[in-house]
Design a protein around this ligand. Structure first.
Ligand code: FAD
Length: 238
């Protein structure tokens, strides 16, 4: 089994790095072969532009999706994108490590999603959710926050963590067909002290050791939608 770890933090000595090291050692002990993409260390380019493509589909109008599809067919993706895409396509499990920044991912990770999740390679018009091209692969987020756990929840000030992560879980990973596992969230990490952080690392290792048994998050299914993508209405009897 192959695991790909995407690490998106500017500091190699961060708590996120400690969690990433738990991932590599724990998955290694479980028999996974683990590859890490350390986005900051790689100087990963976070924005899409024409330099991403050695090929040109339309020199006048830069339609990213069309350029991606054209480049994919003609081996025209820039090397850094192709390398990450190859690693993704080879992986059975992908773990994303990042601090929650503004209820979302750091820009460098958003850039990885934008540039590596190439149209035609990982999704297509008829190839989303259960028909997405990454079907069969599992994905998991390993997130840290500055906010305390009490600040997250259905009635809490920040709202529910699964609602905050929904654009990533559903809009990106599930959309491309991946089986999305429940995230691990290390809350309040700068403020819980060394003892608290040791407990978080131990809890994370337990979460990870159970990765084969974790029940995936529910995702919508294309099969429950019409060609227009409007939901099909089903009666209870159906
Ligand atoms: P670090 O600061 O790297 O580490 C915390 C502590 O752990 C440090 O003292 C470090 O020395 C120590 N440590 C490192 N390794 C170990 C180890 N092996 N064992 C024990 N201790 C260790 N928070 C929110 O809740 N919601 C937001 O929307 C949000 N938006 C943000 C936006 C921005 C732009 C920024 C900069 C921060 C934001 N935050 C937010 C806070 C952010 O999520 C946290 O600061 C971050 O998640 C903390 O994780 P870290 O890895 O950066 O911690």
């Amino acid at each position: 089994m192959q695991a790909l770890v995407i690490y998106a933090h500017p500091d190699p000595s961060s708590f996120n790095a400690a969690m990433r090291d738990v991932t590599t050692s724990t998955l290694g002990e479980m028999g996974y072969s683990v590859q890490v993409s350390d986005l900051y260390a790689m100087g990963f380019k976070p924005t899409i532009d024409r330099d991403d493509f050695a090929t040109t589909f339309d020199a006048r109008h830069f339609n990213v999706t069309r350029e991606q599809r054209h480049a994919l067919e003609h081996r025209g993706l820039r090397d850094d994108i192709q390398r990450e895409l190859d690693a993704l396509l080879a992986a059975d499990l992908v773990v994303f490590h990042f601090p929650l920044w503004w209820f979302s991912v750091p820009a460098i990770l958003k850039g990885w999603f934008d540039r590596v999740l190439v149209s035609g390679a990982v999704y297509g018009r008829q190839y989303v959710f259960e028909r997405g091209k990454l079907a069969g692969k599992r994905a998991m987020l390993a997130v840290t926050t500055g906010g305390p756990e009490a600040a997250f929840g259905p009635t809490a000030i920040n709202g529910d963590m699964l609602d905050i992560l929904m654009p990533i879980h559903r809009g990106i990973l599930g959309f491309c067909g991946m089986t999305v596992l429940p995230p691990f969230v290390g809350y309040f990490v700068p403020y819980v002290g060394d003892g608290g952080r040791e407990k978080l690392l131990a809890a994370y290792a337990s979460h990870l050791r159970a990765v084969e048994q974790l029940a995936p998050l529910p995702m919508p299914r294309l099969a429950d939608h019409a060609e227009t993508l409007a939901p099909l209405l089903r009666t209870k009897a159906e």
